[in-house]
Write a protein that binds this ligand. Structure first.
Ligand code: NIG
Ligand code: FE
Length: 406
């Protein structure tokens, strides 16, 4: 048995009963915590916590957290961290006035990353993704969802998913894999969309399922990418293999994809920079988690997800980085949290709920992670000495996370 005791915690934040799977609406402003607390970890799990005065005498290891706060580690439920190369030249294009759509039309964007990825060896992809993952851990992230979607070929998609599988095996972080073969139509199928859909559904999906390479399925449901009908077809095909949906939807246009996702009982709908009254209605009668990606809005200079509209309608909301080379080259959840306070008008408490328990829900790990709950995995972050919780999002651009326990 191995035990770790964290003592003298200024505030132990995010305490929840095991039956609380996510928080929605007005509840999101509430973040239960204990001041002057202790927390005991045994064999990697949260064994006990409470007032510091009731702390056990000793443990194998003791951490003094005087002046510091302890939170559940961030759960980043939307990333694309397996990629080759970078796209900083498109960053310069954007500064010179081109939009994301214009860059994509010139053969840049996702297709640019797909070309590079197909040329890159699996080992090299693994090493680069590993470095990104380690950097994310240093920012306080303890769980990461990773998508494929830069292969867009049978070999390329399998290669990406095998890299993610290896990351799962080697990293102590909790990782979930999402098949995003429907990220864009590859050049070879530019004028043969049904050919690509058949390839995706009849060849890629069965192979991926056979090797157990994916936990979820995703589609970029958007004008010039995948239509709502195509999205429905792909999600239905994924469901046959037991893959629940997590979908890129409403980034640039409201096409009706949200309703299709809720009808498919999607786990999450992500982006939502634009959202209609009908979308909110569909979400209100569903178990689908809306996910906002404010770092993508910052980087692409597109509208921010209207979080207030979503939360004030009684819905839950999760936050994620969308770490990828094109629209959000950052895996820093602390920055995401600051952006959510500044640009989504979310309170620090709402933000922390969105980045912990609701993020865990959006990747289906809420029974193991996302809150301070007896029996859950002890994926925790310890802050530097801080005067209050608000210091975390307030100090935008800084990393106030001092230690991460996985
Ligand atoms: O979530 N919108 C689609 N996919 C990514 C961007 C991918 C890329 O540009 O490489 C996103 O923003
Ligand atoms: Fe994305």
């Amino acid at each position: 048995m191995n035990s770790v005791l964290i003592r003298n915690i200024k505030s132990l934040v995010g305490i929840r009963d095991a039956n609380v799977k996510m928080v929605r609406g007005a509840e999101m402003k509430i973040l239960p915590s204990i001041d002057n607390a202790y927390l005991l970890i045994e064999n990697g799990r949260i064994k006990a916590f409470g007032k510091n005065s009731a702390a056990p005498e000793r443990a194998d290891e003791t951490i003094n957290a005087a002046g510091k706060m302890v939170l559940p580690a961030w759960c980043d439920s939307h990333t694309h961290i397996v990629y080759a190369g970078s796209r900083e030249s498109e960053f310069a294009d954007k500064i010179n006035g081109l939009t994301y759509e214009e860059i994509a039309k010139r053969g840049g964007g996702i297709l640019n990353s797909a070309k590079l990825l197909n040329e890159t060896k699996e080992e090299k992809l693994f090493d680069a993704a590993w470095e990104r993952l380690e950097e994310m851990r240093s920012y306080g992230t303890g769980a990461v969802e990773i998508k494929s979607g830069y292969g867009l070929s049978v070999a390329g998609e399998l290669k990406m998913l095998r890299v993610i599988k290896k990351l799962k095996e080697k990293s102590p972080l909790t990782i979930k894999a999402t098949f995003l073969g429907a990220h864009a139509y590859p050049l070879a199928f530019k004028h043969n969309h049904s050919g690509y859909l058949n390839l995706l559904i009849e060849e890629m999906l069965p192979k991926i399922a056979k090797e157990g390479l994916a936990d979820f399925i995703d589609v970029f449901c958007e004008k010039d990418y995948f239509s709502t009908d195509e999205t429905k077809r792909i999600l239905e095909a994924g469901a046959k293999f037991g893959l629940r949906a997590k979908v890129h939807v409403n980034q640039f246009n409201v096409l009706g994809g949200v309703k299709i996702c809720t009808q498919q009982n999607a786990l999450s709908v992500d982006h939502l920079e634009h959202i209609s009254v009908d979308d909110i209605k569909a979400l209100n009668n569903s178990e689908t988690m809306p996910v906002a990606l404010p770092a993508c809005s910052l980087f692409l200079k597109i509208p921010y997800t209207p979080a207030r509209k979503i939360i004030d309608a009684g819905l839950p909301l999760a936050l994620a980085t969308d770490f990828n080379p094109g629209s959000s080259p950052s895996g820093n959840m602390n920055l995401v949290n600051s952006l959510a306070c500044i640009n989504l008008s979310m309170t620090p408490e709402e933000v922390i709920n969105a980045s912990t328990l609701n993020g865990a829900y959006a990747m289906n790990v809420e029974d193991e992670l996302g809150s301070i709950t007896i029996g859950k995995n002890a994926n925790l972050l310890i802050t530097k000495p801080v005067s209050s919780l608000t210091m975390l999002p307030y100090s935008f651009g800084s990393n106030l996370v001092e230690q991460v326990i996985i």
